[in-house]
Ligand binder design. Structure first.
Ligand code: GDP
Length: 295
């Protein structure tokens, strides 16, 4: 995994070696505004999956740092109940600094955990930026969390989470205002068109700190997995994930060959100077750059 995280790591060799393992692990994305209880809920879900005897991987996508090494958020406090369990693996992954971005890095890490025999992998996004929403969208099932106070339905709508969610949990149901959030969410979900006509997105109430509602939440996640398998949605999502990965790799390759060093290199610098001087428009400059590379 460390090799996969290095920009100059043997990415291709690892990908070739892992290809025959196929995709067996079930991938659950967990997203929502900071503070709604993603870590606590993820940890509770891990506990229940462990009781079933599953091996569980957790990838925490950290938007803040280009470095990771797994130490930064890897030993996240609320995951510590699983720290000594050899069948649970927790890893932080930086959102930035990967060749081809998270569209390439996430599936590569998933494949590795899959080949290592993990039954379920939870991808927990720390922020709700566009890349985090995209990462969550690469999962087989996407869980969106809300809580009274932070992360109401309108915020969730603004963050684009109503389009990606398959299962919704209103966490901190022990707090005032939880019922209002449930009602508001149901209303908003009624207006936003469903991605799939025959999957009614469930809304589950949870108190992650006391485990209340977590069995119901897991049942809802299981129901989605069963439906996705039956309906062909699972295959469609996995193919879309692979397609994004291939496209991102091809694009990274094209970028490297068209613009080998973005900064301070001819002929890009010269073209930039001419655009600034008003001698060229950037479109023509781009044509000239591509023509120069083709020569
Ligand atoms: P994250 O930022 O979304 O990962 O949220 P955390 O899991 O770190 O939780 C943020 C805070 O909310 C922590 O202090 C948790 O103990 C607390 N918390 C999480 N779930 C619940 C809950 O169901 N009820 C209450 N009252 N507090 C909760």
């Amino acid at each position: 995994m460390s090799l996969l995280e290095r920009p100059d790591g043997p990415h291709r060799e690892i990908a070739v070696a892992l290809a025959p393992y196929g995709e067996r692990a079930r991938v659950i994305g967990v997203t929502g505004a900071p503070g709604v209880g993603k870590s606590t809920t993820t940890s509770a879900l891990v506990r229940h999956l462990r009781r079933r005897g599953e091996r569980v991987g957790v990838i925490a996508v950290d938007p803040s740092s280009p470095f990771s090494g797994g130490a930064l958020l890897g030993d996240r406090i609320r995951m510590q109940e699983h720290a000594t369990d050899p069948a649970v693996y927790v890893r932080s992954m930086a959102a930035r600094g990967h060749l081809g971005g998270l569209a390439v890095a996430t599936p590569a890490v998933l494949r590795l955990l899959d080949a290592a025999g993990f039954d379920t992998v939870l991808i927990e996004t720390v922020g709700v930026g566009q890349s985090e929403v995209e990462v969550a969208g690469t999962a087989d099932t996407v869980l969106v969390l809300l809580a009274p106070g932070s992360g109401d339905a309108v915020q969730v709508a603004k963050a684009g989470l109503l389009e990606v969610g398959d299962v919704y949990a209103v966490n901190k149901a022990d707090r005032d205002g939880a019922e209002a959030v449930v009602k508001e969410l149901r209303q908003v979900l009624g207006v936003v068109p469903r991605a799939a006509a025959d999957w009614a997105r469930p809304v589950v109430r949870t108190v992650a700190t006391t485990d209340e509602g977590i069995p119901d939440l897991l049942a809802a996640l299981d129901a989605h997995a069963a439906w996705a398998g039956r309906s062909g949605e699972l295959a469609r999502r996995r193919e879309a994930r692979a397609a994004r990965e291939i496209a991102a790799l091809a694009l990274a390759h094209l970028t490297r060959s068209a613009v080998p060093e973005l900064d301070g290199q001819q002929p890009l610098t010269e073209l930039a100077r001419r655009v600034v001087a008003g001698e060229l428009d950037p479109w023509t400059a781009a044509d000239l750059l591509l023509a120069a590379r083709a020569d």
